[in-house]
Design a protein around this ligand. Structure first.
Ligand code: GDP
Ligand code: GDP
Length: 443
């Protein structure tokens, strides 16, 4: 099941980005720049009562003049409506109802997605909101994005529109979900086509809501692979190709649903900020990751001495925070470079599903602590009683300790490194969780 998307729409200065930040907290946002008309669109991940969702702040308007504004509002809202499960329509309670609000309401009334009308900047009960009933949408919900008032009510309302959560796919070890992601034009479509090349495509299904989302299932070496959300690979739509919005949003969704993300990076351009953000999103969601420097044929054409080393070093440097991910070199013009890819998917997925028994883990812990004991701080010393693996995909380990605040982050780093030395976790993020537990008789 895909992660529900919530779109915030509204005219400029009503507080959309303030609300966005409030909803996604300090999490990483992925921005999308579109020259000229709108400011950056922002995507972020939020969570309420254990429901994860994506928030998109569709951006404000910088053009002046009502006609142009209307056009832009329309474009902005249409894009959001297309993908969102529910739309948060934000208005400004201090300024009151404006003609542009009415235009937007008009547009929103003509479509079928649920709309939550939210009146922002309401910091006291005296501020009237009755005017907004005129918009003919749902009852206006007063909030203050900047003061954090009534946000819980808004979140309750938002998640009430989400589809009932299905049972997670059974952990079928023979079904590997792969998402090929990256910036527009890095070669995703060409890559997937090349990958599918001789492979027999078994089924393509079109799950539910989103017209564009198509998963492709293929079989290779007795394993089934789902290429998540390979929209538009067969029939490219020139219209949407221009809209970076779709590209970024698709990537995020595909990542959500994948086990393994294959991040394509344009080798000749090197790692960009946007690439780093996508990698960050993959890390944050604890997906297995492979980094492909694509269009490698172009690099070779340049025949510059030292270029290859330079590109690889740069990639390593800028993607240091996901150093667990292998870096490979790909080109759709050189099929041999793609030949072993399914083996790599299989290998990484196996690592992603790795289970280590508690006794083996604790031997490792004893040994690791022997070599490098936990330092004590301010006269108090932390101690780790034992650890155990709680889950796979990603491998998640719980450490039972006397006091979590006494275990420094760097020590967790150290333990993670020991784990990686002892077991093959190539391509896989590892999660370590601290649990404080007092021993009997301890205060
Ligand atoms: P956007 O253009 O819709 O994204 O609006 P912003 O989030 O940039 O906010 C516009 C202005 O409204 C900023 O000066 C904010 O500080 C202010 N603002 C946003 N939310 C609130 C609120 O809840 N109360 C008050 N008083 N001001 C707010
Ligand atoms: P997408 O937007 O990420 O799906 O990128 P496309 O698959 O549409 O590719 C963008 C452009 O890059 C097209 O002109 C492709 O022909 C070209 N391209 C894709 N992969 C390669 C490659 O490996 N080598 C070279 N030289 N060009 C490539």
């Amino acid at each position: 099941m895909s992660t529900p998307m919530v779109a915030i729409v509204g005219r400029p200065n009503v507080g959309k980005s303030t609300l966005f930040n409030r909803l996604v907290g300090g999490r990483r946002a992925i921005e999308e720049k579109e020259s000229g008309v709108t400011r950056d669109r922002l995507y972020g991940r939020a969570n309420w009562l254990d429901r994860e969702f994506l928030v998109v702040d569709t951006g404000g308007l910088t053009l002046i003049g009502r006609e142009e504004m209307e056009l832009q509002v329309q474009k902005q809202a249409e894009l959001a409506i297309e993908e969102a499960v529910v739309i948060v329509f934000l208005v400004d309670g201090r300024q009151g109802l404006t003609p542009l609000d009415e235009d937007i309401a008009h547009l929103l009334r003509r479509q079928k997605k649920p709309v939550i009308l939210v009146v922002n900047k309401i910091e006291s009960k005296e501020q009237p909101i009755a005017d907004f009933f005129k918009l003919g949408l749902s009852d206006p919900l007063p909030i203050s994005a900047s003061h954090g008032l009534n946000i819980g009510d808004l979140l309750d309302k938002i998640i009430s529109y989400f589809p009932i959560q299905g049972i997670k796919d059974s952990e079928d070890e023979n079904l590997i979900r792969v998402a090929v992601v990256g910036r527009p034009n890095v070669g995703k479509s060409s890559f997937i086509n090349a990958l599918l090349g001789e492979e027999r495509v078994i089924v393509t299904n079109q799950p539910g809501t989103t017209r564009d989302a198509i998963d492709t299932i293929i079989e290779r070496n007795g394993k089934k692979y789902i290429l998540v959300d390979t929209a538009g690979i067969r029939k490219k739509s020139k219209v949407y190709e221009n809209v970076e919005y779709y590209s970024v949003m698709r990537s995020l969704r595909a990542i959500d649903e994948a086990d393994v993300a294959l991040l394509l990076i344009e080798a000749t351009e090197g790692v960009t900020e946007q690439d780093q953000k996508i990698a960050g999103y993959i890390l944050e969601n604890r997906k297995a990751l492979i980094i492909a420097l694509n269009k490698w044929d172009l690099v070779k054409e340049q025949r510059k001495e030292g270029l290859v080393t330079e590109i690889v070093d740069d990639a390593k440097k800028f993607l240091k925070f996901v150093s667990f991910a292998p870096i490979i070199f790909t080109s759709v013009h050189e099929p041999r470079r793609l030949k072993n890819l399914f083996n790599l998917f299989e290998e990484i997925y196996k690592n992603f599903c790795m289970r280590i028994s508690t006794p083996v883990l604790n031997n490792l812990l004893t040994e690791a602590q022997g070599v490098n004991p936990l330092p004590s701080s301010k006269g108090k010393s932390g101690s780790i009683y034992y650890w155990t693996q709680a889950s796979i995909k990603p491998p998640t380990f719980i450490l039972f300790v006397n006091n979590a605040s006494l275990i420094h982050f760097s020590y967790l780093r150290y333990l993670e490194n020991r784990l990686r030395e002892a077991f093959d976790f190539k391509g896989v993020p590892i999660k370590l969780i601290l649990r404080s537990r007092k021993r009997k008789g301890e205060k």
